[in-house]
Design a protein around this ligand. Structure first.
Ligand SMILES: [Fe+2]
Length: 133
C-alpha cells in the first residue's frame, strides 16, 4: 500500500481530498500488479487518470488565476506534461500496445514525489493568504 499521510498535505483541504484520490488509483494498480491482473486494470486506471487530471488541475488552476499566484505558468506546464503522458499512454493502449504496468506505476509515484510533495506545496502559502484552508 502506498499510504497518504501528513507529509503529502499541502495544507488545503479541498486539494488534499483530491490528492488522496490519486493515491487510491495508485493502490488499485499496485494491488492488481500483486495479484497478477494488472493488464485488466490499466485501461480503467488511465481513463480515471484522465478524468482526475481534468477536474483536479482545473481546480488548482482556477485558484492560481483568482489569487494571481506567481508560479502559475511553470505549474501549469507541469500539469500539461501530466496530461500529455496520460494521452500518450491512452494512445498506446488504443493501438494495442501493452502498457507495462511498471511504467504507469513509476509515472504515478514520480508525480507524487515530485509534483505533490514539492511543486504543489509552493502554492500553499498563497492559497492560505487568500483564505483557503
Ligand atoms: Fe498541481
Amino acid at each position: 500500500m502506498f499510504q497518504w499521510n501528513e507529509k503529502y498535505s499541502v495544507g488545503i483541504q479541498v486539494v488534499d481530498v483530491q490528492h488522496k484520490e490519486l493515491f487510491k488509483l495508485l493502490n488499485k494498480l499496485l494491488e492488481a500488479m500483486k495479484q497478477g491482473y494488472a493488464s485488466n486494470v490499466t485501461n480503467e486506471i488511465i481513463m480515471e487518470l484522465e478524468k482526475y487530471a481534468v477536474l483536479h488541475f482545473q481546480k488548482e488552476e482556477f485558484f492560481f488565476h483568482r489569487f494571481s499566484f506567481s508560479g502559475t505558468e511553470e505549474h501549469i506546464r507541469e500539469h500539461q506534461h501530466f496530461i500529455q503522458k496520460v494521452t500518450s499512454l491512452k494512445a498506446d493502449l488504443k493501438s494495442g500496445k501493452i502498457i507495462i504496468s511498471f511504467e504507469l506505476l513509476n509515472f504515478l509515484k514520480d508525480w507524487i514525489d515530485h509534483h505533490i510533495l514539492i511543486v504543489d506545496k509552493q502554492y500553499s502559502e498563497c492559497f492560505k493568504q487568500n483564505g483557503l484552508q
